[in-house]
Design a protein around this ligand. Structure first.
Ligand code: NAD
Length: 501
């Protein structure tokens, strides 16, 4: 790992001094929930309550939508020159960068990820996205259709209005930025509903947006539970579009909310069960082992595109599994504030129990090679789960089919490319896939045949602001990142002008 940004002691004292904002951000003000209700934001590494957060519900969502609508109609942001929106978004990117330590701590304390990962991956990632979309927005040109003389048919992109963004807890700040940055760049107002497990960095993002000069009401943040605040965003008749990241089951609910309300477009970034295919002709088996371990243990395995199925050619099967077991056993699991830690606790005890149910239910066919335990540290409750590897998992088993969303790898051996492809595609998900081979023909052939939104070759989880991210099948539709995300947050308008000779 690169040099740590702070020592363990420094992170501990920064954490002790942290005072998280805990209100909703509506119309430019930090506000309590209309009901006066709050919920506890709890640190899964210690069991301590970090803050009592405003528990927004339908009434707060309605206030936020009305505030977003008023801001949109005022034109202060929606009709601002793209270059002006660009300046504000670039300022916001700088403010996020400048607030790195606080934002990293908010995410790490809220949901358990190692703080150094938050500081070096999540926060720069979020700042980079605001910068990227800020820089893009005054370089997007509209079209003139080839209609012929006497007609001028212009095709322009317009912001939709009020965008609802409902996001999960595994990359709280980053995934909020994936929605908010392009939606704001296009001139929309946004109502952001962070996950109840991790609301703190979203609240801070709302504050920083105001500091950056984004007009009040353009970015509203309503913390609260899914069944209340999230549902209210989905059902609100004056929300023009919902961008959702989360589980496939809740994603389907958003489709029904849309059908029950105003038939708003809904974009879904959902779960995955990504296969990582390692062929015997891989150039560097150690590199493949390093990245396979990273692909399942990074962020405690709480990654939508986690490489949770390792498909390995039978002739190198045992050698690769041994390398992976070594890596799993040397993964430092512990205090997320310690720069040496590679895996913190899972987000809460309920989720750890769910992950354990996969481990305990793996069945007699699968062979536990390492891990499988759950434990507590410093009063945390049993939120920590050891890096776990199951070998010889049948392709139809629950462990090979369902998303665990934890540090649990299912290993399956294959004999040839046909079998590898069929097994990889035998999933209801289609988010990501990886291939390790030194055979260029095979890499291209398989990249086409694998049903996944991103296929990484000789790496895992390749992604950047420049490339679209999203899935096929149960992993959802629509794409985050890249200029393609602009399609989700704009509508096309045709303006047809007849002119005389
Ligand atoms: P989740 O679906 O439980 O929750 C996601 C969001 O939806 C939260 O804000 C939650 O409050 C809200 N919500 C929950 N129930 C709701 C309801 N009944 N009505 C309206 N809103 C509701 O998911 P999670 O546990 O927070 O996150 C894990 C899931 O997210 C995994 O399935 C993971 O694969 C997925 N994910 C996908 C991507 C991607 O880009 N494809 C990225 C990260 C996470």
């Amino acid at each position: 790992m690169a040099t740590a940004t702070h020592t363990h002691e420094e992170w501990r004292s920064l954490a002790a001094a942290l005072e998280p904002g805990a209100g909703a951000v509506i119309g430019g003000e930090l506000a309590a929930a209309a009901s006066g209700e709050t919920f506890a934001s709890v640190n899964p590494a210690t069991g301590e309550t970090l803050a009592s957060v405003a528990a927004g519900d339908a009434e707060d969502v309605d206030r936020a939508v009305r505030s977003g609508r008023a801001a949109f109609e005022s034109g202060a942001w929606s009709e601002a020159a793209p270059a002006d929106r660009k300046s504000a978004l670039l300022r916001l990117a700088e403010l996020i960068d400048g607030d790195r330590d606080r934002l990293a701590l908010l995410d790490s304390l809220d949901m358990g990820k190692p703080v150094e990962d938050a500081a070096t991956v999540d926060v720069p990632g979020a700042a980079g996205l605001f910068q990227w979309y800020g820089e893009a927005v005054d370089k997007l040109y509209d079209e003139i259709a080839p209609t012929g003389p006497g007609d001028l048919a212009m095709v322009s992109r317009e912001p939709l209005g009020v965008v609802g963004a409902v996001v999960p807890w595994n990359f709280p700040l980053d995934l909020a930025a994936w929605k908010v940055a392009p939606a704001l760049a296009c001139g929309n107002s946004v109502v952001l509903k962070p996950a109840e497990q991790s609301p703190l960095s979203a609240i801070r993002l709302g504050e920083l947006a105001l500091e950056a000069g984004i007009p009040a009401g353009v970015l509203n943040v309503v913390p609260g539970f899914g069944e209340t605040a999230g549902r209210a965003v989905g059902l609100h008749p004056d929300v023009d579009c919902v961008a959702f990241t989360g589980s496939t089951d809740v994603g389907r609910l958003f489709l029904s909310y849309s059908a029950e309300s105003n038939a708003k477009p809904v974009w879904l970034e959902c779960g995955g069960k990504s296969p990582n295919l390692v062929f015997a002709d891989v150039a560097d088996l150690d590199a493949a082992a390093d990245m396979a371990a990273f692909g399942i243990f990074f962020n405690q395995g709480e990654v939508c595109s986690a490489n949770s199925r390792l498909l390995v050619e039978r002739s190198i099967h045992e050698e690769l599994v041994e390398k992976l077991v070594e890596r799993a056993r040397s993964t430092a699991v512990g205090d997320p504030l310690d720069p040496a830690t590679r895996m913190g606790p899972l987000v809460d005890e309920g989720h750890a129990a769910r992950v354990m149910s996969f481990i305990e239910g793996a069945g007699d066919d699968a062979e536990l090679r390492t891990g499988g335990e759950r434990f507590a540290r410093n009063g945390s409750g049993e939120t920590f789960v050891a890096p776990t590897i199951f070998d010889r998992v049948p392709s139809g088993a629950r462990l090979a089919q369902e998303e665990v969303f934890g540090p649990v790898l299912a290993v399956l051996a294959f004999d040839d490319e046909e079998e590898a492809t069929a097994t990889a595609n035998a999933s209801r998900f289609g988010l990501a896939a990886s291939i390790w081979t030194s055979n260029l023909d095979r890499a291209h052939r398989l990249a086409r045949r694998l049903r996944a939104g991103t296929v990484s070759v000789n790496t895992v989880d390749a992604l950047s602001p420049q490339t679209p991210f999203g899935g096929f099948k149960g992993s959802g539709f629509g794409r985050d990142l890249s200029l393609h995300a602009i399609d989700k947050y704009t509508g096309l308008k045709t303006t047809w002008i007849k002119y005389g000779p």
